[in-house]
Design a protein around this ligand. Structure first.
Ligand code: SF4
Length: 226
């Protein structure tokens, strides 16, 4: 990336980190991918229980392999051969782990995290349960405000996930949401029942946290994930 553009991106990261900290979240900038695994390792204790939320970012950054091969009790939702019932058991046991690792769909410069889930095991564990939540987030996910976060999910995150999951949805076939807009009267801009097989069931905004630094946001200065 051009050095001047990178400087501007780092300024945006700086504003975002400041706002996240004001919202009682720990926040740090990792300039490159090579800093991700050492930082995640430093946040975990030997032998502790760890689980993950569904996240392409964890696969692309190598965090998933770190958890599988490290000295942790890893509740691996992706372990080969699990039945649907066993995966659900992993989702439930994830609520009481020491550390939950995942990503988000957008981070605003106002210091909010924005997630949209279907099954919603990810947002449920992020909201309450695990003692700490570690988020691995590409700086591509930083947006100015919540309206931009809503549009980012509709134009970028959900369509990519719909292709990955091969869902029978408009965004899988067309690369964007049925209504990729946001307005203050109807934030999601969708009519009831307008997306039959939706992967967008629950829309969650994380703002000022009651437990300081339970949520740790690691913003990485590279592109990965959706
Ligand atoms: S509401 Fe439906 S069409 Fe829109 S992004 Fe979500 S799954 Fe795709």
């Amino acid at each position: 990336m051009d050095a001047n553009k990178r400087k501007n991106r780092e300024q945006q990261v700086g504003r975002t980190l400041k706002a996240l900290k004001k919202n009682n979240m720990e926040a740090a900038f990792l300039p490159s991918l090579k800093e991700v695994l050492p930082m995640v390792s430093a946040l975990l204790q030997k032998g502790e229980q760890v689980a993950v939320g569904g996240s392409v970012s964890l696969k692309e950054t190598g965090v998933l392999d770190l958890l599988r091969n490290g000295d942790y009790q890893f509740h691996d939702r992706y372990a080969k051969g699990l039945t649907a019932e066993e995966i659900e058991q992993v989702f439930r046991s994830s609520f009481s782990v020491d550390t939950y690792v995942t990503s988000v769909n957008a981070v605003t410069e106002h210091g909010e995290l924005y997630c949209v889930d279907g099954t919603s095991n990810r947002v449920a564990a992020m909201l309450y349960g695990p003692k700490q939540v570690v988020l691995i987030v590409s700086w591509d996910k930083i947006v100015p405000d919540l309206a931009s976060a809503v549009v980012r999910v509709k134009e970028t995150a959900a369509p990519a996930n719909a292709v990955r999951l091969d869902t029978d949805t408009y965004c899988n076939k067309n690369g964007k949401c049925i209504n990729a807009k946001c307005d203050c009267n109807n934030l999601m801009a969708l009519g009831a029942g307008s997306c039959e097989h939706t992967i967008c069931s629950n829309y969650v905004v994380f703002s000022n946290q009651h437990v300081p630094n339970r949520i740790k946001v690691l913003i990485v200065g590279e592109s990965f994930g959706y």
